[in-house]
Ligand binder design. Structure first.
Ligand code: FAD
Length: 499
């Protein structure tokens, strides 16, 4: 049988983890800033399923460029647009009270939302207890609990916004839970240990279900099922942008320029004091000056912030996805989302469209097959890796025998660039030079980036934290960390934790 082998994949994954841990030495020659996003990316289902799949694709790419702003947000993925959304909400709720409108400009290198958010797996699943034991051992119980709290908070905030505004159909929200297949005894033992440690620490896990081999829909594995959703990520981000845009008025002015890459950031200080500090963002369409910058560029962060290049910073890492058709009807393919091999593979059947009988499955993963480099430091999403593609093509026919056929060619295949950090913790808060600790040169610059392939249940709330900090600065108040937010994510704590 030409199939994917669990044992082989598991061994490769262990090798790959060792590779990642050793990235500081064996991949040191790759310690260079990320390139700008490639000009001709592969096409994802979300952005190119139809001619009008991305209505904001070229928003603000023609005509004059805005020249002056209070806040420039670089990047139009879930992070950048969530920053705009939270700023709009802060103005609407009069958390910021201004006589003049707060001028916010989003700058995007390519089409709207064409980075990781526009090419991901579509899973919105809070990992309430996965990796709990390792986090508790390394960062303490309080921080491990905060990780769960952040993911619950993010996912429930997004689902509440979707339901409150009646967007469920617009964004293809599916509330089907997420089944994680446990491929090996080691994986099962580790998962159960995480569950017990998290429960003992007081996390409510009543809604977690353990499934036996007989209950996992014809697979030979046991599994654990978590509450979770799937969405069409680009549609969600489009709705969030349109919501923020509608707040434009007397107190808020939101603009976006796509196809406008920021190539450098320099300081312009007319009278020498920090009060007059402005930043000049260079773009091929001309410069734009602003008082504050938010880096929402995730995998590409080190292009503008080179101190975040290399293994202690944010490593661009290429993920690959196929959209492949099942060989049986919907009744035999459950509408859950799934993951397996400790989350390295993840998939879910799309809801059936008009006239469709067999579901289209969106499946990502397979990096463990790509050799020792594991797609780390790969920042080009203009092509696919055939070895990873083969791994993905063989995966479902092996796991669900009789429901998928070997040799079926996917209907679409694409790549996207994730921003990995060595511990999986994103960088959130004020920017500084991460190699020297120098702050002054980066005053009023902020970042939320580095979600390590797990951004949907984290980015929206990380953006909220950045906006809380900006509001505190604008109102002259002290920011304090909410109890749901892991303090180790904060940039000023990153030197202490080393990553
Ligand atoms: C293949 C794949 C599958 C994934 N699956 C999942 C999943 O199922 N669930 C999940 O939770 N997470 C998943 N992730 C991770 C998730 O997509 C990311 O964590 C999240 O989308 C990051 O959002 P972001 O807005 O920070 O970054 P992005 O969406 O990458 O947005 C950054 C934007 O910045 C722009 N940009 C970069 N540099 C510049 C510049 N200099 N000037 C102007 N613009 C610039 C880019 O073009 C891009 O649009 C996946 C990622 C990939 C790639």
């Amino acid at each position: 049988m030409p199939g994917w082998s669990v044992t082989r994949a598991f061994e490769r994954r262990k090798d790959a983890r060792a590779t990642f841990n050793a990235a500081g030495s064996i991949l040191d020659h790759l310690r260079r800033p990320a390139n700008l996003p490639s000009a001709n990316p592969t096409r994802s289902l979300w952005t190119h399923s139809s001619a009008d799949a991305n209505p904001l694709a070229r928003e603000g790419s023609y005509g004059p460029l805005t020249t002056d702003a209070d806040i420039c947000i670089i990047g139009s993925g879930i992070t950048g647009i969530s920053v705009a959304y939270h700023l709009a909400e802060a103005v609407e709720n009069q958390t910021i009270d201004l006589d003049v409108p707060l001028r916010v400009v989003i700058l995007e290198a390519r089409d709207f939302c064409s980075g990781a958010t526009g090419r991901n797996g579509g899973h919105l699943t809070p990992h309430t207890f996965y990796s709990f034991a390792a986090r508790q051992d390394r960062f303490g119980a309080d921080e491990a609990i905060r990780s769960s709290a952040l993911e619950e908070y993010t996912a429930s905030s997004l689902v509440n916004i979707i339901e409150r505004n009646g967007w469920s159909e617009d964004v293809d929200l599916v509330n089907g839970g997420n089944v994680r297949l446990l491929f090996t005894e080691d994986e099962e033992r580790e998962t159960r240990a995480d569950f017990e440690r998290a429960k003992h620490a007081g996390i409510n896990l009543d809604n977690v279900q353990w499934l036996t081999r007989d209950e996992t829909y014809g697979t030979p594995y046991s599994a654990v099922k978590l509450p979770g959703h799937n969405i069409w990520p680009l549609k969600l981000v489009t709705m969030l942008y349109q919501h923020a845009k509608q707040c434009t008025g007397e107190h808020f002015d939101l603009r976006m320029h796509t196809h406008t890459p920021v190539t450098s950031i320099t300081r312009s200080q007319s009278e020498g004091s920090n009060a007059n500090l402005k930043y000049i963002l260079s773009t091929p369409r001309g410069p734009i000056s602003c008082l504050r910058v938010v880096h929402a560029t995730n995998a590409y962060t080190s292009h503008l912030l080179p101190s975040l290049a290399g293994p202690d910073g944010i490593i661009p890492t290429r993920g690959q996805i196929i959209a492949t058709r099942a060989s049986v009807g919907k009744a035999l393919i459950r509408t859950n989302s799934w993951s397996g091999n400790q989350g390295y593979e993840y998939w879910f059947p799309r809801p059936l469209g008009p006239g469709e009988e067999r579901p289209l499955i969106v499946l990502g993963g397979g990096r463990e097959a790509s050799g020792p480099q594991f797609e780390l430091y790969a920042d080009d999403d203009s092509g696919t890796n055939p070895v990873v593609g083969k791994e993905l093509r063989d995966f479902l026919p092996t796991i669900f025998q009789g429901k998928f056929e070997y040799g079926t060619e996917p209907e679409m295949e694409w790549t996207g660039i994730m921003g990995y950090t060595a511990t999986g913790n994103p960088f959130v808060g004020p920017v500084f030079d991460f190699s020297t600790g120098e702050k002054e040169d980066f005053k009023r610059q902020y970042i939320a980036a580095g979600y390590t392939g797990h951004g949907m249940p984290r980015a929206f709330a990380c953006a909220e934290i950045v906006v809380q900090m900006i509001v505190a600065e604008l109102t002259g108040t002290q920011w304090s960390c909410p109890t749901w937010f892991p303090e180790r994510y904060l940039t000023h704590n990153r030197l202490k934790h080393k990553n």
